[in-house]
Design a protein around this ligand. Sequence first.
Ligand code: SF4
Length: 141
Amino acid sequence: MKAHIKTIGLYNGKAANILKTCALLLERYDGEVPRDRAALEALPGVGRKTANVILNTAFGEPTIAVDTHIFRVANRTGLAPGKTVRAVEEGLLAATPEEFRHDAHHWLILHGRYVCTARKPRCWACPIRDLCAYPDKSEVN
Ligand code: SF4
């Protein structure tokens, strides 16, 4: 297992959690991934964010997972400001029309990873610059 995921951070712990999760899925759910938030969050290494990703991408539920990129983008832009991940998640759910909720977290992550980056946001190249509330927008350097 480790060899397959060794390019990602904390791969030792993640590999161990994946193996434990596989055993539990066989033991409790006949090898199926449950479509249930509480059941998902009871699996090793699965918190609210991961449960949201699974519910959204595997089961098509209108959830929005909030990672560090989405948390930053939501606060900077003013789209869904909040001090906690949960507050941002709730703000994004309220602000995102249902038809876009299936892909919203992918778009927000990509925007945060490649445009609205943590240290030097690329505001000069940002397609939503005119809509963004961030007061310290960067210019081309
Ligand atoms: S204008 Fe700048 S701060 Fe606002 S979303 Fe774009 S990159 Fe981020």
